[in-house]
Design a protein around this ligand. Structure first.
Ligand code: NI
Ligand code: MN
Length: 225
């Protein structure tokens, strides 16, 4: 069993017996995030792409805690040049981790580092922990890739952006959820800024009409898997 905490925006913290896994740690520049990384045992940091609302505090946290950053090759190079411990990968097969397996999978989005340099492609990620599969879509538009991900990887939980403008909006994310066939759907990447305001109750209703469970988490809210 492990715990999944929503940090707000696209940030999550997964706590297993031995590991602490951060995903897209956008914290210090995010007024909604209340995560104190110095109080947590962080061993891995997964970054879906280079945009500052996803890379966030990954580099300083890695330098402070020695946690390993997992990112697409070019972004991992950018982070290691700035003193972080990194493992680079790319869209493809699984990467073995202390806590399970990690896949970088397709996302339909752009990616650059905070200084504007090339960060490789944007990715979604699939985590396998204690036999459960959690899919975090990163930033993406609606893409047929979700059908492939459902067929090949059968995620139990799918975390999807719903804020529109930079990613899928509510209606696109409802279709993505249906294609992914995950039992539990969690919305993210909404209401952090004005351009990504979304009606999460409408999203929840539409997901439940598809007979899927919709877990709407408040910042800092945690659930058991
Ligand atoms: Ni982005
Ligand atoms: Mn974003």
């Amino acid at each position: 069993m492990f715990k999944v905490r929503y940090l707000s925006h696209s940030g999550f913290f997964i706590k297993t017996k031995k590991d602490g896994i951060l995903i897209d740690p956008f914290i210090s520049q995010n007024p909604l995030a209340k995560f104190d990384y110095e109080k947590e045992d962080i061993t891995s940091i997964i970054v879906t792409h280079g945009h500052s609302d996803h890379l966030g505090d990954a580099i300083p946290i890695s330098k402070k805690t020695k946690a390993t950053i997992f990112a697409i090759h070019e972004l991992a190079n950018y982070c290691s040049q700035r003193g972080a411990s990194c493992i680079g990968g790319n869209i493809g097969g699984p990467i073995k981790c202390n806590w399970g397996k990690l896949w970088f999978l397709p996302a339909f989005h752009s990616s650059s580092t905070p200084d504007g340099s090339y960060a490789g492609c944007a990715a979604s990620v699939l985590l396998e922990i204690a036999g459960k599969r959690i899919f975090h879509a990163g930033d993406t538009g609606l893409t047929q890739e979700f059908k492939m991900i459902a067929d090949v990887y059968e995620p139990d939980i799918a975390i999807l952006p719903i804020g529109s403008t930079f990613t899928m909006g509510v209606n696109e994310a409802v279709i993505a959820a249906r294609w992914l066939r995950a039992k539990t759907i969690i919305p993210m990447h909404y209401n952090t800024f004005q351009p990504i305001r979304a009606n999460v109750n409408e999203f929840k209703n539409l997901i439940e009409m598809n007979s899927q469970e919709c877990l709407v988490l408040k910042p800092n809210e945690e659930f058991d898997v």
